[in-house]
Design a binder for this molecule. Sequence first.
Ligand SMILES: [Zn+2]
Length: 270
Amino acid sequence: MTRSIVFLVFILLFYWGCSPKPYSATNKVYKKQAKEYAKLLAEYPVTDSLGLNYPADWVGTTNFSMRRPNFVIIHHTAQDSCAQTLKTFTLARTQVSSHYVICRDGTVHHMLNDLLRAHHAGVSKWGNSTDINSNSIGIEVDNNGSEPFSEAQINSLLAVLERIKKAYNIPTSNFIGHADIAPGRKVDPSRFFPWKQLADKGYGLWYDTINAQVPENFNSLQALRIVGYNIKDSIAAIQSFKIHFVPNDTLNVITDADKKILVDLVKKYQ
Ligand SMILES: [Zn+2]
């Protein structure tokens, strides 16, 4: 009897130990890929990225550090649960990822070292910057796009932002949304996202129109361009501007009130 109980416990422990934790296999993939990049960084002497052989002997500089992210791009997941997003970001075929995923209950999943490149921005442009995946940290906030963001979630987001702003000395103006860098293609984070609350804490810029004087020949599109928007598709640029700065207005038309906002934003962003 005792022996059979011991046997049963043994069997249970065996299965418990071997039961596939949902991400143990993909965590192994992460570890392997990170090791490959570590090998690349340790290469000595360095092979030229174009495969050219320079005649001079290798002389490595003694003064260097890791490249650092300089933008933070905020997204909403457009999915119904964090579990769904974690799954999406661990399936090779989706090709998408972000550094952080923040769940509705405030749980933060750090999915990728900040110094590595996540695939969250896609084809995008802000000012003259085009490879935004290379210079940014991507944060996905779990939200389906048509609901307010939870307080716990925003508190967790603010804590993450505080840490990464300090760690990489990211300028206040460089906290922006996916819709800002991909007008016409993306609308996240949605009109529910509390950009002003973030700006009040030093993440992103907000406007004050009290003293804004709109010049007679004011060019709204050029103002959007100075702020950073890609104005190739002017309606799309206006839509992205509205989602971020005038969320209650769903018409893609620049009003007199918007012009005042732009006059102030241009001063802050240029
Ligand atoms: Zn996005």
